[in-house]
Write a protein that binds this ligand. Structure first.
Ligand SMILES: [Zn+2]
Ligand SMILES: [Zn+2]
Length: 265
């Protein structure tokens, strides 16, 4: 299995997963021309996608879904709450994901999990293929204990490290927005991300990408530093987190060296 981050953050999210030629997009937060360009840079195109999965109904995850479904007939998989979003009304390519039900899409097996966030019915995904496992867990105020088993024994965990609480509270946002971000239905802080991984103990992921970083209340260096500090303190100093760029060159990972169909950056 291979994974690329095409975009990560409040201005748009998109990941490409590929296993045995089956390509699936996770998150549709990019405008269609931007997505076309990002996939084109990898030698792919939206027409090659078997499916697009969307975690929740916020624009930075959903805004490109309808154009993608209309222009390329790509099925959109999401919770019933997300599929009820007005932008998807009348779309014929919608497929409902239910918590507790794994879905097979080509080579990929997708397990959706509910997360606490202020969307209609937000999900996170654990995806397995070819003996490898990846989870994409962003946009959540905290990590419920019930979610921890989904995060164990992963090859790659893409986990939100949205903000440094000190920067958030000292920063320029309106107090109401600060409370929303820091609240139980908001976004995960750097330290909370580190504690989540540490809670997996010796079943921690082999690779860790930090996602959905705030540009105002965080920085890639700070996210890596704060998560690493928690990991070191809990005996997981071998795990070196990497902060995902918001956009630009795709950021890639492969579960094992394979015959390359797409360039891996
Ligand atoms: Zn988001
Ligand atoms: Zn959100």
């Amino acid at each position: 299995m291979r994974v690329w981050s095409l975009a990560s953050g409040s201005s748009g999210n998109a990941y490409l997963l590929e296993a045995d030629g089956c390509q699936v997009l996770v998150e549709c937060g990019l405008p269609l021309p931007t997505l076309e360009a990002a996939l084109g840079a990898l030698g792919s195109s939206p027409g090659r996608l078997s499916a697009a999965l969307v975690t929740h109904d916020h624009g930075d995850h959903l805004r490109g879904a309808r154009p993608l479904a209309d222009a390329y007939s790509v099925p959109i998989y999401a919770s019933a709450g997300t599929l009820a979003h007005p932008s998807l009304e009348g779309c014929a390519r919608l497929r409902e994901l239910r918590v507790g039900e794994a879905r097979r899409i080509g080579e990929l097996e997708v397990r959706p999990f509910r997360v606490p966030h202020d969307g209609a019915e937000p999900l996170a995904f654990r995806i397995e293929a070819q003996g490898a496992s990846v989870a994409i867990v962003t946009d959540l105020g905290y990590v419920p204990e019930s979610l921890l088993p989904c995060l164990q024994d992963l090859d790659l965990l893409i986990l939100e490290a949205n903000h440094d609480p000190e920067m958030l509270w000292a920063g320029p946002y309106h107090p109401r927005l600060k409370r929303r971000i820091a609240g139980d239905l908001g976004h995960l802080s750097n330290t909370a991300a580190g504690q989540t991984v540490a809670a997996c103990g010796d079943r921690a992921p082999r690779q860790l990408w930090l996602a959905h970083l705030s540009t105002v209340n965080n920085s890639p260096a700070r996210a890596v530093e704060q998560v690493s500090a928690v990991l070191r303190a809990r005996g997981l100093g071998w795990l070196k987190p990497r902060a995902l760029p918001r956009a630009g060159k795709p950021f890639g990972w492969a579960s094992r060296p394979a015959a390359q169909q797409l360039p891996l950056f």
